[in-house]
Design a binder for this molecule. Structure first.
Ligand code: NAD
Length: 421
């Protein structure tokens, strides 16, 4: 891998469970509820046979884990990656439950994935994998049950194929069956930028707390996909100085600030940030340790771990990716006074606008982009303040505060509903 060093000190599920246990203990959550919330409602494993372009048949492993429906239908992305495992999807599904509760939207959490390498697949093969995966999990998804969305290596086109496959099976068009669709198929304005925009809104709020102006704030962004490129684009436009960005092939750095619009043009031609003439190349391993004020990991999990956490220079960490920091690294960052905006808060803009998309599709009435952005800002600022105040009140860091607040809300819904027997 030309990119970053990752270290699985704990698996994604183990990291989630370790944080959950700390938060549940601090909440004095009763033992039965702790057992209930620690594990998912349902785990689906499918084996997807696909005819490849050369006529051979391959079988891909696919997963959908539904963690909780306590507060509403499940919601969560689908990722395509060679490294996808059930454990990872299980951890991310639970994180979706906590994320939806933090931004207080009426969804539970789910996550899906297919173990495949999209870089090695043709468009036709990707479409066949997507349609068969959707067909295999069809009985368990839908607007009232579980609503998939894009995640790593999945995009609007893949969501369009999922929506079409679902609709063909139920014999009518159901735009609310998935989110993150193209706008012409019931997608929401502002969804593409939503996760990056949410990261920026959180960062703005953190700077406000520290009385630091945007213009003198240097930002490093790891990952230049949906989340990273949009965060960099919006923050550059808002006056932040984006000094470094990277992708799986390597990084680029300019102490005076990168010209992000030119970099976006470069990436749309060359498909990578490397070789951008407006900065110097940086090795993936050193990238996270570059001097900066704000670090936004927006690539993949477990990139900040016990071996590099003490070398991170940023004073504010905005977790665009899911689970980028391991629990041992959390402790190191906390001791060093780094202000961590945890993933379940920082990257919740995506699921928030996915919720808006689901609402619009169900109403058949579409909102303007400024309406969407304004509603997102209101929710994201409220969630930021809720988490930070909760942390201050209970003397815990932002990560544990986020978990406590979310678990409290989900447990309250479960208590009201009771356990169906
Ligand atoms: P993406 O596939 O669009 O982009 C991922 C980027 O990270 C690419 O630039 C890729 O080159 C880079 N990358 C991947 N592995 C890397 C590695 N090992 N080293 C360096 N760079 C690497 O994915 P995305 O949708 O932007 O998602 C990124 C992260 O954000 C994931 O953790 C995802 O779960 C999380 N997330 C995404 C959304 C969303 O709306 N897309 C919402 C919430 C959270």
């Amino acid at each position: 891998m030309g990119g970053i060093e990752t270290e699985r000190e704990l698996s994604v599920y183990e990291s989630m469970a370790a944080r959950f246990d700390v938060a549940a203990r601090k909440l004095h959550l009763d033992e039965g509820l702790t057992r209930y919330l620690r594990c998912p409602n349902r785990e689906i494993i499918v084996h997807i046979p696909v005819e490849m372009d050369d006529g051979s048949v391959e079988v891909f492993d696919g997963y959908r884990v539904q963690h909780s429906i306590a507060r509403g239908p499940c919601k969560g992305g689908v990722r395509y990656s060679p490294n996808v495992t059930l454990d990872e999807i299980r951890g991310l599904a639970a994180e979706m439950t906590w994320k939806c509760a933090i931004v207080n939207i009426p969804f539970g959490g789910a996550k899906g994935g297919v173990a495949c390498d999209p870089e090695k697949l043709s468009r036709g093969e990707l479409e066949r994998i997507t349609r068969r995966y959707t067909a295999e999990i069809l009985d368990y998804i839908g607007p009232e049950r579980d609503v998939p969305a894009p995640d790593m290596n999945t995009d609007e086109q893949i969501m369009a194929w999922m929506m079409d496959t679902y609709s063909m099976h139920v014999r009518h068009t159901v735009t609310a069956s998935v989110t993150g669709k193209p706008i012409d198929l019931g997608g929401s304005r502002g969804r593409r930028e939503a996760t990056g925009r949410g990261c920026m809104i959180c960062c703005d709020q953190a700077l406000k707390r520290f009385g630091k102006p945007v213009e003198s704030t240097r930002v490093i962004v790891q990952g230049f996909g949906n989340v990273g490129s949009q965060a960099a684009r919006l923050m550059h436009r808002a006056g932040y100085k984006i000094t470094g960005v990277s992708d799986i092939h390597g990084g680029v750095f300019n102490a005076r600030g990168l010209d992000i619009p030119s970099l976006l043009d470069h990436v749309s031609e060359s498909k990578s940030v490397t070789d951008f003439p407006g900065g110097e190349p940086v090795d993936g391993a050193e990238f996270l340790e570059l001097d900066c004020d704000v670090l936004i990991p927006a690539a993949t999990e477990s990139v900040i771990h016990s071996r590099n956490a003490s070398r991170i220079k940023a004073r504010i960490l905005v977790e665009g990716a899911n689970s980028p920091t391991t629990p041992p690294a959390d402790d190191i960052l906390f001791d060093r006074g780094v202000f961590v905006i945890p993933d379940i808060l920082a990257n919740a803009g995506g699921v928030t606008v996915s919720y808006f998309e689901w609402v619009q599709d169900r109403q058949g009435y579409y909102w303007s982009e400024s309406d969407v952005n304004e509603k997102l800002r209101t929710i994201q600022v409220a969630a930021f303040n809720d988490v930070v105040r909760y942390g201050e009140k209970h003397a815990v860091n932002n990560r544990i505060a986020g978990y406590m607040l979310a678990i409290d809300r989900v447990a309250f819904a479960l208590k009201l509903r009771g356990i169906y027997a």
